[in-house]
Design a protein around this ligand. Structure first.
Ligand SMILES: Cc1ncc(COP(=O)(O)O)c(C=O)c1O
Length: 418
């Protein structure tokens, strides 16, 4: 609809392009996102999205808290706030992190942001000079690549297996770079139920990563939006839990445990790092939405968060189970996939030679969509992978979607062999 309107308006007589900065000219909309827009408005079963299910939004609680906040705290909740965030919320989150993850924490170590996506941009602003080396997982969160890229770093992907980032490969890479006189500044990891791969970094690797951070003098950015969505297995403490030196910048968010529309997240880090990020944030937004922060404060403080997390988990678990069962039942030989203990995604790897981006059109015409894996790699050099979401559509649709996808893949694998 909007696209049509824009076309109708045309480009006019002005050369708009000539006004854009070089950075803006370098920004490209992803082709996949364009294709996915079509999917949203049709009968296609989309395993592509990354959205939480709206059924999990605690609407009544938010309604009740919003009334309370407006009746009793409107003077603060409707006013500008400090850049660092609404102090009661920062305090509540510090306590929550301590209770939940065993990380001793005070409010000076917490800054509120407009979702962890804003924190990724702030990290780019605060730490990255052009050419600085950032290590990420391969694959990694697509919008982290985009956020960091704006600051012109050199990004290096480290492969993963079922226990998360291959920290042994990381060590080799660090050594190789050191020999060349190069220093790694940041290592970015989605340590638990990774987006896109669904895997979780093992305890041993978490500890090893912290040792390496100390030995090679880099900071770790630990992005944890999915860590509360565990459907099976044992809880693993965040890397931040083992951080004796203040090297870990932990990113939390309300997006998957309350609602993404609140646009609220937090950074938990050493106050020295928080202070600089706070200054970087001042010119971006002055402060994060205060009304939302006041609502989130009550949501944490009154125990709703702790009560709500198990409800979300109970809602998603059958969907995760349905996807794993359907993959097992329908996928043809030669297709491998991860078996996440939580989060929102399964990552599938197909035989070499299949390009999932090219295959997307066939899948969409068969009535199913996924996200081709290529864009999750910094060099876009892996073509035979895909991300499947299991939180947004109900079990019967997941099953049908996987079945359709399996048919498309079966035909493709047979064609490849012929
Ligand atoms: C790994 C990761 N980091 C950050 C974000 C951004 O989340 P937020 O809504 O908190 O900005 C997402 C969203 O899907 C994500 O998957």
């Amino acid at each position: 609809m909007e696209e049509k309107l824009m076309k109708k308006l045309g480009s006019g007589s002005l050369d708009f392009e000539s006004f854009f900065s070089e950075k803006a000219l370098g920004m490209k909309a992803s082709e996949v996102r364009e294709l996915l827009k079509l999917v949203e408005s049709s009968d296609i079963i989309s395993l592509a999205g990354g959205l939480p299910a709206p059924e999990t939004f605690p609407v009544d609680v938010i309604k009740q808290i919003a009334v309370d906040v407006l009746e009793n705290h409107a003077d603060k909740a409707l006013q500008y706030g400090t850049t660092k965030g609404f102090t009661p919320l920062r305090l509540a989150l510090a306590r929550w992190m301590e209770k939940r993850y065993g990380i001793p924490m005070s409010k000076v170590e917490i800054m509120i942001v407009a979702g962890s996506q804003q924190a990724l941009d702030l990290i780019g602003r605060t730490f990255v000079n052009p050419g600085d080396i950032i290590i990420v997982e391969a694959p990694t969160y697509l919008a982290a690549i985009q956020a960091f890229k704006y600051y012109d770093p050199e990004m290096i992907g480290i492969p993963m297996d079922d226990e998360g980032m291959r920290v042994d490969v990381l060590e080799e890479k660090l050594e190789e770079l050191r020999r060349k006189g190069k220093r790694v500044k940041l290592v970015y990891t989605v340590s638990t139920f990774q987006n896109p791969a669904g895997v979780t970094m093992s305890l041993e690797r978490r500890k090893k990563l912290i040792e390496l951070a100390s030995e090679y003098n880099f900071l770790v950015v630990e992005d944890g939006p999915y860590s509360e969505l565990r459907y099976s297995g044992e809880q693993v403490p965040p890397i931040k839990h083992f951080d004796g030196e203040g090297r870990v910048i932990y990113l939390g968010t309300f997006s998957k445990i309350l609602a993404p529309g609140m646009r609220l997240g937090w950074v938990a880090a050493h106050p020295h790092l928080i202070r600089k990020m706070e200054i970087a944030k001042q010119s971006i937004d002055l402060c994060t939405n205060t009304l939302g922060q006041a609502i989130a404060w009550k949501y944490v403080e009154e125990g709703h968060l702790d009560r709500h997390i198990p409800e979300i988990v109970n809602f998603y678990k059958p969907r995760r189970d349905a996807m794993l069962a359907a993959l097992e039942e329908y996928m043809p030989e030669g297709v491998r996939w991860t078996k996440p203990e939580g989060g929102m995604f399964v990552w599938a790897t197909l035989p070499e030679g299949i390009d999932t981006k090219l295959l997307m059109e066939k899948a969409v015409s068969r009535g199913v969509a996924y996200v081709p894996g290529e864009a999750f790699f910094v060099h876009r050099d892996v073509k035979n992978t895909m991300r499947l979401n299991f939180t947004y559509v109900p079990e019967d649709k997941i099953r049908e979607g996987v079945k359709r996808l399996a048919e498309v893949l079966d035909a493709e694998i047979k064609a490849l062999k012929a």
